[in-house]
Ligand binder design. Structure first.
Ligand code: PLP
Length: 396
């Protein structure tokens, strides 16, 4: 159950070096002209040609390719265990590219009923306007998933686990098997776990999507997204759209993300340890009705998470006994836990999903209870984090 275990497991699977080693070295060869240990940021829009069509290293124009982006894309592919990695301006840009590579008017998508709100908005409102339909289901109920699939029409089964904000765990292996029975493309949004804790491709998924804005970048200083794709033809379509529509990651953004990923393995270990300690500390607190964290034995997805993840991650949620007012007071009373959207950075954040991250799904089946507070537990000293939460809870 440690990050080292996952590194060993994935190394055994791919015959490659361990996860933490690849996180630092994959796609990161030193600069051959100067010896710079860190590959430079190729802050350029275009590349000189030695005669018409005489490209050095295959680079022509920054939208079609840039060495700094290649570096990140190679790294993503290595960490997720796919032949193809692509990086984008945001997580949603990555998702949009994938959706357009797979869907056409009349296509149908099945997705979890607690999917990231922005993913639902993109599929429902943006792709919906082009004749794409969708059904949201409880991914834990395999019969419901099977019933939602429309043979010949459904093209994608979209899985997000752990889910946001209630940390529901879905069985990637079972869902991949079910999806493949009917020829679907099984997509896993691996943003919450990161490849350090969960390897969806090894469990049978076809594509992994990331908001690299979160744990991969890890320092809350850059927006980005990524796709890791197994199938050559699908990767080629996504690569064509990346070039033809231009939702690329900029060189500096790609470089910052690559820099962040180098410490992913150790960060995820500490995020998981801190979140586990906080979850255990808050369990049974008189102001709290429920603690949602897959590392707790009381969590309904605990056993499954222990099986398919190599750590439980840094995200957890609390249901406040005092209702929406108590939840609002809590998120406005902490100091180390800063009130902000987003997650996955080294610093701890706190939020009220119903009013913030999940405001766009208010009034729908994806709505989140108003007394739920979400914590993105950072890698500060855990005693300080616990003292901050205790202090704020004492004010309710
Ligand atoms: C943030 C997030 C996204 C969207 O990514 P952006 O980088 O904000 O575009 C997608 N999925 C999950 C699970 C997220 O948390």
């Amino acid at each position: 159950m440690s990050t080292a275990d996952s590194a060993t497991a994935s190394a055994a699977d791919s015959g490659a070096e361990g996860f933490a080693t690849r996180a630092i070295h994959a796609g990161q060869a030193f600069d051959p002209t100067t010896g710079a240990v860190i590959p430079p940021i190729y802050q350029t829009s275009t590349f000189v040609q030695d005669g018409v069509g005489g490209l050095r290293g295959g680079y022509e124009y920054g939208r079609s390719g840039n060495p700094t982006r290649t570096s990140l894309e190679t790294l993503i592919a290595s960490l997720e265990g796919t032949p193809h990695g692509l990086s984008f301006a945001s997580g949603l840009a990555a998702e949009d590219t994938l959706l357009r590579a797979v869907l056409e008017p009349g296509s149908h998508v099945v997705l979890g009923n607690d999917v990231y709100g922005g993913t639902h908005r993109l599929i429902n409102r943006v792709h919906g306007a082009w004749g794409v339909t969708n059904t949201t289901v409880e991914l834990g109920d395999l019969d419901a998933v099977r019933a939602a699939i429309r043979p010949g029409e459904t093209r994608i089964l979209w899985v997000e686990t752990p889910s946001n904000p209630l940390m529901k765990i879905s069985d990637i292996e079972a869902l991949a098997e079910l999806g493949h029975e009917t020829g679907l493309i099984v997509v896993v949004d691996n943003t919450f776990a990161s490849p350090a804790l969960q390897q969806p491709i090894a469990l049978g998924a076809d594509v992994v999507v990331h908001s690299t804005t979160k744990y991969l970048g890890g320092h809350s200083d850059v927006i980005g997204g990524a796709l890791a794709i197994v199938d050559d033809e699908l990767a080629q379509k996504a690569r064509f759209l990346q070039f033809a529509a231009g939702p690329i990651s900029a060189p500096l953004d790609a470089w910052l993300t690559t820099r962040g990923i180098k410490t992913l393995a150790v960060r995820m270990q500490r995020h998981s340890e801190n979140a586990q300690a906080i979850a255990e500390h808050l369990l049974g607190h008189p102001a709290i009705d429920a603690v949602y964290y897959p590392g707790l034995e009381s969590h309904p997805g605990h056993e499954l998470a222990a099986r398919q993840m190599s750590g439980f991650g840094g995200m957890l949620s609390l249901a406040l006994r005092g209702g929406p007012a108590a939840a609002k007071t809590l998120v406005e009373s902490t100091s180390l836990f800063q009130l902000a959207e987003s997650l996955g950075g080294v610093e701890s954040l706190i939020g009220l999903p119903a009013e913030m991250t999940h405001a766009s799904v208010k009034g729908t089946a994806l709505e989140v209870p108003e007394n739920v507070v979400r914590l993105s537990v950072g890698i500060e000293d855990v005693a300080d984090l616990i003292a901050d939460l205790d202090g704020a809870l004492g004010r309710l």
